[in-house]
Ligand binder design. Structure first.
Ligand code: FMN
Length: 621
């Protein structure tokens, strides 16, 4: 018999299931030791496949609820059945203790929802993607994780689908596509008049976005039983993603347009897929990290074992141990740093008043910068603007006294010059819209930069890579501006960044000697989660694509000019002082670098293809 609280658990889990157009196309009957789920008609024009997939998702929630109540479950899904018979029966078996997975999935039900806004630009780790795909496993369903190579054909099919869709259909498509367009709806919807301003997405951008994303395509034969199984699999994947603090949505509408689903099936060598699932991180929120992503926390948890091998030093102990090195580094820096003045680098003669003082306001025709140079300048400047956030971060991890305090003050003062000179240059030369720039600065600084939970070693190793990345980016931006004055200014800024990088790199090198396992754990954590600090800024993703396409900062440069030289300098792969923990992180790092190398090669190929297509298009027009 079902107690009232059992019924409550079951009903709540069912109400939390996703369904096509939120139609909840099912009825439920609680019988003795079983739950029967009946198919109910959905709004007109709803594809039956969507009704069956929705019912499948509901079945998963029922199964999860019953397991959380401490009962075993046997589910039977009907094939073609008459109207009065249940579509699925979830029978309860003997009592058992719910497993960890059961409880986690159960708790994910109330947190699951369809996420229709863009995701944060943070890659979902491969191991987590594998967990999600594994959770979805079903003998009747093929679950395919899209690879980078799949991205282009899939994007082409979806763009075709958008072209073929009716006007109403296109309207249906845009919330879905907004996942894959930088800036979300704002890119395609004119908010004032609610008109669709860009009905068909750009294939190249869509393909790049799909390549960076976590997309699972679900395929199964087109019959009742298989489609219910497919819905169950989709919901298991979704709950697993939510449990790992991801957000997600399921997409079917675009696959219903014309022959899209069949064509996709042919491209992917699967049955025609009726659904895709798309997961990522929620932007602008700190996610508690999963165990797998956070090696430092893992090693802390195992501190008993680590202590026997290498003592884990606290941040305070590390600062003390490294103080002498820091002092030497500050002195070296001061002896090498050259004094320079921002005003010397700005072509003031090019300046004139704006309208408020009787002159003329900015107009796009006044800018001599290419789209790529604009994107790079804005991204680099806003990144420099966020200095107060970085100061806070560094100051929190270093002490105010002695060499550490001197460094924090000096470094902050030097960094501040960079935004001064770049903003003066852009405003005087009218390179970008000063109003948009100021608004972006306000937004970006108001949001601030939050790198998540960090220790002192995470901070110094992160800043080593980040300073070097900034240096590369400034140098290439200078060239992309096509103006010798900008080139000289950014070369000056880049030289500062290089000196800063050396400070952090040498501190990390000393930390590797003092606490090798702890330091390699941080380096591993930083590199496998690496992201530039501008990720939260407006249009970051679109600008990042332009920057990568324009060769200003891209994956091959990240690997060859930033990651590898620093790792070589630290002699990561030649050291003999790692303990078992350190060895493990080094091995994982080697695998990660191999993966980055193949991703880089694929990036080069797809960029070459995209540029060739663009060239052909402009030659034809
Ligand atoms: C079979 C199925 C198809 C769906 N198709 C789409 C879709 O094409 N686009 C979309 O944005 N949401 C789609 N959804 C999500 C539903 O609209 C969503 O689950 C429902 O509105 C309830 O909202 P919730 O998921 O936030 O609880 C689909 C859901 C199911 C189960």
């Amino acid at each position: 018999m079902w107690t009232f609280s059992d019924t409550d658990v079951v009903a709540t889990a069912l109400a939390g299931a996703p369904s096509v157009f939120d139609s909840q196309p099912w009825d439920l009957r609680l019988a003795d030791r079983r739950i029967e789920l009946y198919e109910r008609s959905a709004p007109a024009a709803t594809a039956r496949a969507d009704v069956l997939i929705s019912c499948g998702a509901a079945v998963t929630n029922l199964e999860v609820a019953v397991r959380a109540l401490g009962r075993t479950v046997v589910t039977t899904v009907a094939g073609d059945h008459d109207e009065d018979a249940p579509l699925a029966v979830v029978a309860t078996g003997p009592s058992t203790h719910p497993s960890n997975t059961d409880l986690r999935r159960y708790s994910a039900i109330s947190r699951r929802s369809s996420h229709r806004d863009p995701f944060a630009d943070i890659r979902v780790p491969d191991a987590l993607v594998a967990d999600i795909a594994l959770a979805a496993h079903d003998d009747d369903v093929e679950v395919r994780v899209l690879t980078r190579d799949d991205a282009e054909p899939v994007a082409a099919r979806l763009v075709d689908s958008a072209r073929t869709a009716s006007v109403v259909g296109r309207r249906e498509l845009f919330p879905w596509r907004s996942h894959w367009l930088p800036g979300g709806d704002a890119e395609i919807v004119d908010r004032d008049s609610a008109l669709i301003t860009q009905a068909v997405p750009d294939t190249v951008r869509l393909s790049e976005a799909i390549a960076d994303d976590t997309v699972l395509v679900f395929a199964a034969p087109d019959d009742t039983r298989a489609l219910v199984h497919l819905g169950r699999a989709v919901e298991r994947a979704w709950l697993t993603a939510v449990d790992a603090r991801l957000c997600a949505s399921v997409l079917t509408y675009p696959l219903r347009v014309g022959e899209t689903s069949h064509a996709l099936g042919e491209d992917l060598h699967t049955d025609a897929p009726p659904a895709a699932h798309h997961a990522g991180r929620l932007p602008g929120r700190r996610h508690p990290r999963t165990k797998r992503e956070d090696p430092v926390r893992q090693s802390n948890r195992r501190s008993v074992r680590v202590t026997r091998q290498q003592r884990v030093l606290t941040d305070r102990e590390l600062l003390h141990e490294l103080e002498e090195v820091a002092e030497g580094e500050v002195n070296r820096h001061l002896s090498m740093a050259k004094e320079w003045h921002p005003h010397d680098y700005v072509p003031w003669d090019d300046g004139r008043n704006f309208a408020m003082l009787g002159g003329e306001d900015w107009d796009p025709s006044q800018s001599a910068l290419s789209d790529t140079a604009k994107a790079a300048m804005i991204t680099n400047l806003l990144t420099e603007d966020n200095l107060p956030s970085y100061h806070r971060e560094i100051a929190e991890h270093f002490s105010r006294d002695g060499a550490w305090g001197t460094w924090v003050g000096r470094w902050t003062a030097e960094e501040n010059k960079h935004s001064v000179v770049m903003r003066d240059y852009l405003v005087v030369t009218r390179g970008v819209d000063p109003v948009a720039l100021e608004r972006a600065r306000m937004d970006h600084m108001t949001t601030g930069f939050d790198p998540g939970e960090q220790g002192m070693l995470d901070t110094v190793s992160y800043v080593t890579f980040q300073e070097l990345a900034t240096r590369v980016s400034h140098r290439n931006t200078g060239k992309a501006c096509g103006d010798p004055i900008a080139d000289r200014m950014l070369a000056r800024v880049a030289a500062d960044e290089n000196l800063h990088m050396m400070f952090y790199r040498n501190i990390t090198a000393a930390a590797l000697d003092v606490a090798p396992d702890q330091a390699i754990a941080s380096i591993h954590k930083v590199l496998t989660n690496f992201q530039m600090p501008g990720a939260g800024m407006a249009n970051f993703r679109r600008n990042a694509v332009l920057i990568a396409k324009g060769g200003i900062y891209d994956l091959p440069q990240h690997l060859a000019d930033v990651v590898q030289p620093v790792l070589r300098k630290w002699d990561i792969f030649g050291r003999t002082d790692f303990g078992p923990e350190g060895e493990k992180y080094r091995d994982e790092l080697a695998v990660f670098l191999d993966d980055l190398t193949s991703q880089s090669a694929r990036f080069e190929e797809s960029r070459a293809r995209a540029l060739a297509r663009e060239a052909a298009r402009s030659a034809a027009s």
